[in-house]
Design a protein. Structure first.
Length: 347
């Protein structure tokens, strides 16, 4: 029903506007314990074979929602009713910011893809904390942290530290986002020296806590093999807990959408089916290069159980979805988990 009726109606509207409209609908629909329970029972696939212990956490299943969908932690509880094993909120910055000018989100239906140049639009870390204060402790929530646009790279560590400290007691793990293409010069922080300094500073603060929490690094798909080698070295030297591969790409090659339409959309990160293979390649490269010495969370072009299995077989421990969720609808998580149950039973 979603793909035949609901999606065509949604896709007639501006992507960003309908995103917020759907958020409001879900808030209204799932505004009480009974409706949440009913929806959760319908969309969840419960099986011991899906459970995964990682980072000192017990994930009910390996399929999570990637950062960017619930930037301000406004809907994590309702989204958790749709079968996700974990939800990642953010990217959040210390101060509120509007992000880039609109329009900044575009659909490429022929490619089952999106282009976005949102620019870390969010209400700031203090607003996020207010929404997370009464969260269900049984739901796994990750906090994806970044820097404000106006903060120069030389002072970026301060922004990440502010978010880390303020969010520490409210999330279960952290993701350091230095790989979005939509904040000017942000990706320069992926260079070996500044990235090592940033991660080591966060890790030192983390290790000083009575009980530390996992820190993961989210990387761009546009890194060379030499840069991926640096990532492996940095993870080893700083002893952070893992990598999320990958963020959106600036590459526009081999798209089905015609070049004129793509050029008209302008700059931004491409996500969805066009990045599926690159995501798998990066996961496989990191897994082999590191001798599987750290966990990997795979993101990019995951629409089906077969896509998720491809990532797991390449070396991923968990998967996250975003664009596929928009194109496939809420039933995809259950379908994916059912397919994974079958896969795990045979392997």
């Amino acid at each position: 029903m979603y793909k035949a009726i609901i999606k065509p109606l949604l896709f007639r509207q501006d992507p960003e506007t309908i995103h917020h409209t759907v958020f409001n609908w879900l808030k209204l629909l799932l505004n009480n314990v009974i409706s949440k329970s009913l929806v959760k029972s319908f969309y969840s696939e419960n099986s011991k074979s899906l459970e995964k212990e990682l980072f000192g956490l017990k994930f009910p299943n390996p399929v999570g929602l990637a950062a960017g969908f619930d930037k301000d932690a406004k809907l994590y509880e309702e989204l958790g009713c749709l079968g996700f094993g974990f939800i990642e909120v953010g990217t959040v910055t210390p101060l509120p910011q509007d992000g880039n000018p609109k329009p900044r989100l575009f659909r490429l239906p022929k490619d089952e893809a999106l282009i976005n140049r949102m620019g870390f639009n969010n209400g700031g870390v203090d607003q996020m904390i207010e929404r997370l204060k009464n969260r269900n402790p049984n739901q796994i929530i990750g906090g994806n942290i970044g820097k404000n646009k106006v903060t120069p790279n030389e002072e970026a560590i301060n922004d990440y530290m502010i978010c880390f400290e303020k969010l520490f007691e409210y999330v279960d793990y952290f993701v350091v986002n230095v790989s979005s293409p939509n904040t000017p010069n942000l990706r320069e922080l992926q260079d070996k020296e500044p990235l090592t300094k940033l991660l080591q500073t966060l890790q030192d603060k983390n290790n000083a806590k009575p009980k530390r929490k996992a820190i993961l690094l989210k990387i761009a798909p546009d890194l060379t093999n030499e840069q991926l080698d640096d990532i492996v070295e940095i993870v080893s030297s700083t002893k952070i807990d893992g990598v999320i591969a990958i963020n959106t790409t600036i590459d526009r090659s081999n798209l089905k959408t015609n070049d004129f339409e793509v050029e008209k959309m302008g700059a931004g990160g491409l996500s969805g089916k066009p990045v599926r293979q690159r995501s798998t390649d990066v996961v496989r490269y990191l897994s082999k290069k590191s001798n599987k010495s750290f966990p990997i969370v795979a993101v990019g072009g995951i629409y089906t159980a077969e896509d998720a299995i491809e990532k797991l077989e390449a070396g991923a421990d968990l998967v996250q979805i975003y664009t596929g969720f928009i194109y496939e609808g809420p039933g995809m998580v259950k379908r994916m988990n059912k397919g994974l149950v079958d896969y795990f039973s045979k392997n």
